[in-house]
Design a protein around this ligand. Sequence first.
Ligand SMILES: [Fe+2]
Ligand SMILES: [Fe+2]
Length: 324
Amino acid sequence: MPTTDRKAPLGADRDHQVDFDTKVAAKQRIEPRDWMPEGYRKTLVRQISQHAHSEIIGMQPEGDWIASAPSLRRKAILLAKVQDEAGHGLYLYAAAETLGVDRAELTHRLIEGRQKYSSIFNYPTLNYADVGVIGWLVDGAAICNQVPLCRTSFGPYARAMVRICKEESFHQRQGYELLMRMMEGTEAQRAMVQDAVDRWWWPSLMMFGPPDTDSPNTQQSLEWGIKIDTNDALRQKFVDMTVPQAERLGVGLPDPALVWNDERGCHDFGEPDWDEFKQVISGNGPKNAERIERRRAAHEKGAWVREAAIAHADKHRSAREVTV
Ligand SMILES: [Fe+2]
Ligand SMILES: [Fe+2]
């Protein structure tokens, strides 16, 4: 549906706005055919499509390891996990399309560098311990971010999140289980796990976005019920959840400032390198160019599939027209 259809006629704006505000305050869902403020629609399109792009680009760092998984069992698990991420991307593009944007256009925005995706996927995976640490920390951070989004105010986004979160939980557990096994192994395997944790810890904390003081859109997103928690609140939750898991695993977290604070009832921890975050999110991370190039190549290679699917659909549509 074109954007202009959603704009209320002059004079009715206020009534529509009151209806919208009442629904959001009552924690009712806003559905695609409901009136919504243009800023709300734009914010959702940006957030959902960037989330979709992150799922699709996120297939690359781990996908590289499918062919060299250490056992058939690990290969089957990793294959299933990477395939899930493709599914997450598709649910999310479908949710974005209910807001009147076209999936093909969103893909173009990604491969032309006009839209961002999660900074975490611009770091390299150096060995198989990285697969475990991505499952544990990166999917763990995704769960912290996404569980509250099951209650986000836009219906299609919230419903997509329910299914995605169930699968993310499997992703997190398979990662942790892999690391548990490696920690029971040789000294060299334990060192691989520690090295991977040291490399992924800070980028995982950056996944929650900039500090609240540097996140100007957060307040509006909270008021619209798009966001449920602030970036810093989610980051804190993630740290508190992860520290006991690291202890159980027997790995250290690379932050000398990390300590339990009795007064606050949660952990104190150090500040991620926000300059690095800005560099990576602006396209200058270690793997940005490679990730986008591969996405572009896959899109171009898949052109014949899209053309064939459209031709097939057209053929069936005209066959139906004849028989009706
Ligand atoms: Fe996912
Ligand atoms: Fe995942």
